[in-house]
Write a protein that binds this ligand. Structure first.
Ligand SMILES: Nc1nc(=O)c2c([nH]1)NC[C@@H]1CN(c3ccc(C(=O)N[C@@H](CCC(=O)O)C(=O)O)cc3)CN21
Ligand SMILES: CC(C)C(=O)C(=O)O
Length: 345
């Protein structure tokens, strides 16, 4: 700081400037070298979104891309995301579809179950995921209470999910009884992903998270639901927690893709909740049988945060390389001012 500047700015306001939480230098963020081409290695501020371009730019996945994967019998990949980082990583990892599921009620908002989450809350999360997603086809869940009253209510909610949530399609739970609703939303030009089998929003009516379609009668009713949502115009249907054999037969009877979760590998695609499959949860948490844990994000975060804590306590962090240099001359001048001030006292 030059002498001229110290004269211009009173020391009291200097102190408030440097200690103000609103004033912070923008720090460069380390960007994974493996993910990015040299051209993409731009300097990013921790205050800006993780906006680095992927090494290979993918074409946006559309309803036609999904149709084409289905025709080629190539499994469709889908995963949930609930915010910008989880959407960003899923998109960069090459997922065909990203679902902003109402499971975010539990995994992101700490609620007991999905019945608590509001449409307004879903919209905020949909928007965050949509901002991160450049290629994958996005789906926003219609939360409980936003679509069951009437097809009109459902269309109004679905339009909000598209306009305000910025996703490309909506998902809703229910079979044959939801066919008029699915038809109405589809007529409004909004693609609908249906969801049958275990429908968590109806857990109280189902008697908990129970596997569906285990008896002949319930397998027949599952097939009827699948055919009804297809006839109503759904572009695909989630089959949750049904025996693999039943899901494979239902898939064979349909002309739209089935996306399985706990429904075996005979479906046209698969979906998992991202925090489940990446292991981003504390040890001891209940996991449904169908979840395969591909990573251990929780352990990785835990160890990083613990090490950071230890290094702050021991003053090992921040080291010299994490600090900003100052010209020696300026520093000497500054130290002189301070010592002169002390001598006067
Ligand atoms: N984090 C998370 N992951 C999920 O997959 C998920 C949610 N949350 N919340 C909403 C629903 C609930 N899910 C669940 C939860 C439990 C079972 C479960 O307990 N299944 C028993 C089978 C019991 C039976 O045979 O009826 C199992 O042993 O897996 C299944 C699906 C899947 N969904
Ligand atoms: C598990 C998937 C299908 C879901 O509905 C959700 O995440 O809310």
């Amino acid at each position: 700081m030059s002498r001229a500047l110290t004269r211009l700015i009173p020391t009291s306001s200097l102190r408030s400037l440097t200690s103000s939480p609103r004033w912070r230098p923008s720090l460069p963020v380390a960007i994974s070298q493996t993910l990015l081409s040299p051209a993409a290695q731009t300097r990013h501020s921790s205050h800006s979104p993780m906006g680095a371009a992927p090494a290979q730019v993918r074409k946006p996945v559309t309803i036609n891309t999904l149709q084409s994967l289905y025709r080629k019998n190539e499994p469709i990949t889908m995963i949930t995301a609930h915010d910008f980082p989880s959407g960003h990583v899923a998109d960069h990892a090459g997922m065909d579809m990203i679902l902003v599921g109402d499971s975010l009620a539990m995994v992101a908002l700490g609620m007991e179950d999905t019945s608590e989450v509001l449409l307004e809350e879903m919209l905020l999360h949909c928007r965050s995921v949509a901002r991160a997603t450049k290629s994958a086809f996005t789906v926003g869940d219609l939360p409980m209470g936003s679509y069951e009253v009437s097809p009109e209510q459902a269309v109004t909610s679905a339009i909000r999910v598209i306009k305000e949530g910025r996703v490309k399609s909506v998902k809703l739970e229910g079979g044959a009884e939801m066919a008029p609703t699915i038809a109405a939303i589809t007529r409004a030009g909004i693609p609908v992903l249906a969801h049958i089998g275990l429908t968590p929003q109806r857990q109280n009516a189902l008697g908990g998270f129970r596997v569906q379609g285990k008896s002949t009668a319930s397998a027949v009713s599952l097939l009827q639901d699948a055919l009804a949502v297809q006839a109503a115009g759904a572009f695909a249907v989630v089959l949750e927690a049904v025996p693999a054999e039943v899901a494979a037969i239902v898939t064979g009877e349909l002309s739209i893709p089935t996306i399985g979760i706990g429904a075996g590998n005979g479906c046209s695609g698969q979906v998992l909740v991202q925090v489940d499959m990446s292991g981003n949860f504390p040890p001891g948490r209940f996991l449904p049988k169908f979840v395969k844990q591909y990573g251990n994000v929780w352990a990785e975060s835990m160890s990083a945060i613990q090490t950071y804590g230890k290094e702050v306590k021991s003053r090992e962090y921040p080291a010299k390389e994490h600090t900003y240099p100052m010209p020696a001359k300026e520093l000497a001048e500054f130290e002189k001012i301070i010592s002169e001030k002390r001598e006067k006292l």
